[in-house]
Design a protein around this ligand. Structure first.
Ligand code: PLP
Ligand code: SF4
Length: 323
C-alpha cells in the first residue's frame, strides 16, 4: 500500500510528547495512557492553535484529549451496524439509494467520540486496485444515485488518488451526485490547495461537501479562507455536528455555531446524537435534553439554521429524526 497522503501529516503523538499539554492534563495516569494506546492522540497544528491549553475544560481540547473516562463500560465496537453492510472494495451499502465508500483509513484528527474508532480498516485497506471493484459494484446497482466518500477522511488521500477514483466512477452512468464527508478543510485547511480545488472544479457531478464542526471555536481564519475557496466553486456546503456533553450541549453554543457556519456559507444539516461507541459514554447527552436544546434553537434561529437532531439505529436504512 502506498502512502495515502500528498503532504506530511502530523504524526500520531504520545501523550507525554504533546508540546502544549500542561501538567494537570497529564494526570489521568495509566487509564489515560491506555486510552491513548487504544486510539492514538492526533491533533493537527491548526486545530491545536485554537485550543486554550490553560483550560482543562476547553471544548476543543475535550474532543481530542484521551481521558481516563474512556475506560467506563458501555457502548459497542460497531455502533451503527456497518460491518454487516460491507459489500465490495470498501463500500458500505446500508442506506438504499446512496452507497458509502471508506475511501481512506486515516484522519487528520482523532476525535475521541468517533463512531468508527474501532473500525477494522485493515480488512479493506484503500489500494489502487480497489476503485475498479467499486465502479463495478455500482454499475450493478442502478438504484444508487449518490456515492458518499467517507473514511477515515477522504481528503487525506492525495489529489492524484482522488482523481483516479473519480476517473473510474465516470463509467457509472446512473450516478447523479458525489458527496464528500470531511473534517479536513476545518482542521487542516492548507489541504484545500490549488490542485484539490481544480479536481473539485472539474468533477462531472454536483458535489455536496458535508463538513464536521462541533463548536464555533473550531472555525479559525485558516478554515474561513478554505471555506471561501470552496464556496467560490459553487459546491453545496453542509455541516454535521455531534452533540457532546461538555463541548456543545448548550443552547448559546449551538446557536452561535449555526450563525458562524452561515457567515461562512455553510448550512447546518445534522446534529447527531452520539452513536453508542465504546470509550465515549462520558460524552452522551440524554435524548430528552437533546430535544429540548434543539427546540430552544427553533425559537431563536430561522428554520434553515436549525440542524435536524438525528440518531442512527443499527438496523435502519435511514436516520431517525428526534427533533
Ligand atoms: C447517516 C449517515 C449517512 C447517510 O446520510 P444521509 O445524509 O441521511 O443521506 C452517511 N454516512 C454516515 C456516517 C451516516 O451516519
Ligand atoms: S474526523 Fe470523523 S472519522 Fe475521523 S476521527 Fe473524527 S469523527 Fe472519526
Amino acid at each position: 500500500m502506498d502512502s495515502p497522503t500528498s503532504q506530511p501529516r502530523p504524526a500520531k503523538t504520545a501523550l507525554s510528547r504533546v508540546e502544549h499539554l500542561p501538567e494537570p492534563l497529564r494526570r489521568g495516569g495509566a487509564l489515560q495512557a491506555a486510552a491513548a494506546e487504544q486510539f492514538a492522540l492526533k491533533i493537527p497544528a491548526e486545530f491545536a492553535s485554537l485550543i486554550n491549553w490553560e483550560n482543562s475544560e476547553d471544548p476543543l481540547l475535550r474532543q481530542v484529549l484521551p481521558s481516563a473516562q474512556e475506560a467506563a463500560p458501555g457502548g459497542g465496537t460497531d455502533p451503527v451496524g456497518e460491518l454487516s453492510s460491507r459489500v465490495a472494495g470498501g463500500l458500505v451499502h446500508k442506506y438504499g439509494h446512496r452507497a458509502l465508500l471508506i475511501a481512506s483509513s486515516a484522519c487528520d484528527i482523532h476525535c475521541r467520540y468517533c463512531f468508527r474508532r474501532h473500525f477494522p480498516y485493515e480488512q479493506a485497506p484503500p489500494s489502487a486496485g480497489r476503485w475498479a471493484e467499486v465502479a463495478s459494484y455500482l454499475n450493478q446497482h442502478p438504484e444508487v444515485s449518490e456515492l458518499i466518500l467517507s473514511g477515515g477522511d477522504p481528503l487525506t488521500l492525495s489529489t492524484r488518488r482522488l482523481s483516479s477514483l473519480t476517473d473510474s466512477l465516470t463509467s457509472v452512468r446512473h450516478l447523479r451526485r458525489l458527496r464528500i464527508h470531511s473534517r479536513t478543510p476545518l482542521v487542516r485547511p492548507q489541504r484545500v490547495d490549488e490542485p484539490l480545488l481544480q479536481w473539485l472544479a472539474t468533477l462531472p457531478w454536483p458535489v455536496v461537501l458535508v463538513l464536521h464542526c462541533n463548536h464555533p471555536g473550531e472555525l479559525g481564519s485558516g478554515a474561513a479562507q478554505a471555506l471561501a475557496e470552496l464556496r467560490r466553486l459553487g459546491l453545496t456546503l453542509l455541516n454535521q455536528s455531534v452533540l457532546l456533553k461538555g463541548v456543545n450541549d448548550c443552547e448559546q453554543t449551538l446557536a452561535e455555531l449555526s450563525e458562524t457556519l452561515f457567515d461562512q456559507g455553510v448550512l447546518p444539516y445534522y446534529l447527531h446524537q452520539m452513536d453508542p461507541v465504546q470509550g465515549a459514554s462520558h460524552f452522551a447527552v440524554a435524548d430528552q435534553r437533546a430535544r429540548a436544546l434543539v427546540n430552544a434553537l427553533r425559537n431563536r434561529l430561522p428554520g434553515y439554521l436549525v440542524p435536524r437532531l438525528v440518531s442512527d439505529p443499527p438496523a435502519s436504512e435511514s436516520k431517525k429524526i428526534l427533533a
